[in-house]
Design a protein around this ligand. Sequence first.
Ligand SMILES: CC(C)(COP(=O)(O)OP(=O)(O)OC[C@H]1O[C@@H](n2cnc3c(N)ncnc32)[C@H](O)[C@@H]1OP(=O)(O)O)[C@@H](O)C(=O)NCCC(=O)NCCS
Length: 157
Amino acid sequence: MILVRHAVSADLPYLAEIAKTSATAAHWTSDEYAKLFAPEMVQERVTLVIEQNGTVAGFIVARPLEEEWEIENIAVTGSARRRGLGSHLLGEFLDLARNRGGTQVFLEVRESNHAARALYEKWAFIECGRRGSYYQEPAEDAVILRFSFPQGCIKLG
Ligand SMILES: CC(C)(COP(=O)(O)OP(=O)(O)OC[C@H]1O[C@@H](n2cnc3c(N)ncnc32)[C@H](O)[C@@H]1OP(=O)(O)O)[C@@H](O)C(=O)NCCC(=O)NCCS
C-alpha cells in the first residue's frame, strides 16, 4: 500500500537513511534535516514522506515563496526506485501546492542527474535557466526547472 503524508520528527532516521543512498539529492547535514521539524521551520516548509507497506521510502521538501514554490530536496531510497514512488510523491506535492494557491514550482537539478531530470520532464517541468558551477563535489552547473499550473479559461466578451 502506498501512502503520502506530512513528515513528523519520528521520520528523521528514515530521511537520513534515504539521504545516504542519494548522493545526487541536496547535501544536507543531519542538523539541517533535524531543523525541518523545528517549530519555526514547520511554518516555512512542507515535508512529505511516501510510505510503501508501512515503510518510509522517500521524501520531498519544499517551501512557498508567495505564489511560487521551490522544491528543495526529493529522494526515494535506492532499493525502491523505478517503481513510480518518486512520481507519486511529486504528484501529491503538486496537488498540495496548487490547493494552497501556488502558480509555479521551481527547482534546481544537477545537469548530469538524468534520472531526476527525466522525472521532472515527465511532469512537464521546463528548463528556464542555469547556474554555472552551482554544485560542488563534483563542480557542476545547475539546471533551473519550472512547472506552471494550468490557468483557468478567460471569459472573453
Ligand atoms: C529522482 C528520484 C527521486 C526518482 O524516484 P523514482 O521513484 O525512482 O522515480 P519513478 O519510479 O517515479 O520514475 C518516474 C519517471 O522518472 C524517470 N526516471 C526515474 N528514474 C530514472 C532513471 N534512472 N533513468 C531514466 N529515467 C528515470 C522515468 O521517466 C520514470 O518514468 P517510467 O518509470 O515510467 O519510465 C530518484 O531517482 C532519487 O531519489 N534519486 C536520488 C536523489 C535525487 O537525485 N534527487 C533529485 C534532486 S534534484
